[in-house]
Design a protein around this ligand. Structure first.
Ligand code: DHB
Ligand code: FE
Length: 259
């Protein structure tokens, strides 16, 4: 039988689609191009490549759906895109460990606290982190080149809510741009780059998990992220340190809201 939510969604979709076709006075060849574009987008998809998600990301739809469905109380750390490069079974590491295993890039000491909305430390929180290497690739993109679990790890906070680890100061990299979405970006004069960022998934019992990044302040792509993931509150000033073995410091506190 008829589904009222489906009707509501489709009526709105058709209304806006018709308005769009009238607005641009879509030509027949443009309509054919659109059919071909969607066909190619489906054809490139595989277990390790979801071009429709990439399309949704590049059109800003993913961030919008997330904003609508995960409204966070003010004061809680803001979230951003999960991205396609998380792995579920990253190793637990000891506080202070170095997770950059390929010896490339400039080391950075990451540290901060996981706290609640009142600023009280949360013990037993997990801090799951991942980033690209100094050449702009995640370990899973280069399984024959990078050591497994390069630039990833999970840390668990103690009573003081603190975490710390060493990794690299990440670099900006392009989203996969060898498919229909890359072609679309090129045709629009848009670059495929994401500004440098470190991914975090932070959570604790009784609190909402937050999927987020910290972004490197001053990155050339900070104002033009290909997937619109940047939020002001997530931009961090990486500081020069006095330690020649680890020339950067990045400090960031994660504020979790109760479930
Ligand atoms: C990320 C990469 C992507 O290709 C994408 O569409 C969204 C996010 C990322 O690495 O964060
Ligand atoms: Fe990323």
């Amino acid at each position: 039988e008829a589904d009222p939510r489906l009707r509501r969604v489709m009526e709105s979709l058709v209304k806006h689609l018709h308005a769009f076709v009238k607005d641009v006075e879509l030509t027949e060849s443009e309509w054919e191009y659109a059919i071909d574009f969607l066909t190619r987008t489906g054809q490139i998809c595989s277990d390790s490549r979801q071009e429709f998600i990439l399309l949704s990301d590049a059109l800003g739809v993913s961030m919008l759906v997330d904003a609508i469905n995960h409204r966070r109380p003010s004061g809680a750390t803001e979230n951003t895109v999960f991205g396609p490069f998380h792995v579920a079974d990253a190793p637990e590491r000891a506080m202070g460990d170095t997770i950059s295993l390929d010896g490339k890039g400039e080391l950075c000491l990451y540290s901060g606290r996981v706290v609640d909305l009142q600023g009280q430390p949360i013990a037993g929180a997990f801090v799951d982190v991942w980033s690209d290497n100094d050449e702009g690739f995640y370990d899973v993109q280069q399984p024959d080149i990078q050591p497994p679990m390069n630039n990833r790890g999970i840390f668990r906070t103690g009573e003081d809510g603190r975490y710390s680890f060493r990794s690299i100061k990440p670099v900006s990299y392009p989203i996969p741009d060898d498919g229909p979405v890359g072609k679309m970006l090129a045709g629009l004069g848009r670059h495929p780059y994401r500004p440098a960022h470190m991914h975090f998934l932070v959570g604790a019992m009784g609190y909402d998990k937050v999927t987020t990044h910290i972004f490197v302040a001053g990155d050339p792509y900070i104002a033009s992220d290909a997937v619109f993931g940047v939020k002001e509150s997530l931009i961090v000033d990486y500081q020069h340190s006095q330690n020649p073995d680890c020339p950067w410091n990045a400090d960031f506190d994660f504020v979790l809201s109760p479930k």
